[in-house]
Design a protein around this ligand. Structure first.
Ligand SMILES: O=C(O)C(=O)C[C@]1(C(=O)O)C=C[C@@H](O)C=C1
Length: 287
């Protein structure tokens, strides 16, 4: 099985792939952008692609919603990953000597408070956290630190200078698992749908009332600008339900109340952190 990820071995996408496909055999294909991951799945270069879609600190990655529809991909699964960022540099580096910090823009956003506290650093955005760590090692870059995972530090032999520097300890990123086509199945309790509603008072509320009527849980609603139609939006909605009948009934009922209703994916709900508190071991930051 071939899996496309945004990033390099040791990236958070790599960890998400390990978690989702844990016991299955797979080969990872590294891509430098989300667009390339989407393309690789649509051209069947990869069987599945992993794509970060939202983070509890930094919010939604809006362009990724558009990639799912642009490349006609199916959401076949989801994974919620705890994200703990470490500041790392070449072994023996003194924290006070660090002049520049490099990382993926999302990781930088998630460490905003740390970076504000030590505001003398030059911040440089890079394409992924693990590649940044890898390059610091291969180019023997002195006085430069990366924000990346513990796994990246282990893989590339860097030393951790500051631990768990994300602004909130409970930092999670949700990833979509994408495929080109899916076999029909009844083994799902969550779906991602998208639709537009007319610019009329109450039109969105009318749709949402159907969710209430059928006892369907809306887990997320995200408006996405329709690029070719300024100030018009598609709504991307994630819903979960007890029975497929509820979901089938919902689709029938909202078809006439929406424009361009599309099903982006039907999959198994997979958020172990939604209701229960996660047990954190040694999650103290030291900044
Ligand atoms: O750079 C990486 O390691 C990634 O996997 C990218 C990414 C992202 O795109 O949001 C994944 C999870 C974290 O939220 C930070 C960065």
């Amino acid at each position: 099985m071939k899996i496309g990820i945004q990033g390099t071995l040791g990236s958070y996408h790599h960890q998400a792939a390990d978690l989702f496909f844990n016991s299955e055999e797979f080969i990872l294909y590294e891509y430098e952008s989300f667009k390339k991951v989407a393309k690789s799945v649509s051209k069947s270069e990869c069987d599945f692609g992993l794509m970060a879609i939202e983070n509890t600190i930094a919010g939604s990655i809006l362009p990724n919603y558009s990639l799912v529809t642009k490349y006609n991909l199916q959401i076949v699964g989801e994974i919620y990953l705890p994200i703990q960022h470490q500041l790392m540099a070449l072994p023996g580096t003194d924290f006070d000597k660090i002049e520049e910090i490099r990382s993926h823009p999302m990781a930088i956003l998630q460490c905003d408070q740390f970076l504000e506290k030590y505001n003398h650093f030059t911040i440089r955005e890079t394409s992924d956290t693990a590649l940044t760590a890898k390059k610091i090692k291969s180019e023997l870059s002195r006085n430069i630190a990366a924000i990346a995972s513990q796994k990246a530090a282990d893989l590339y032999g860097l030393e951790i200078l500051k631990r768990n520097i994300q602004t909130f300890h409970k930092n999670f990123t949700r990833f979509f698992v994408l495929a080109k086509e899916t076999e029909p199945t009844n083994d799902f309790d969550k779906a991602s749908i998208t639709f537009a509603t007319p610019h009329k008072s109450g039109s969105l509320a009318n749709v949402l009332n159907e969710f209430v009527y059928l006892g369907i849980n809306m887990e997320k609603i995200q408006s996405i600008p329709i690029i070719e139609k300024p100030w018009q939006y598609n709504f991307h909605v994630d819903i979960s339900f007890e029975t497929i009948q509820q979901y089938e009934e919902l689709k029938k009922r909202i078809l006439i109340k929406t424009d361009n209703l599309k099903i982006l994916g039907e999959y198994k709900k997979n958020n172990p952190y939604l209701l229960k508190e996660l047990e954190y071991i040694d999650l103290k930051s030291n900044f």
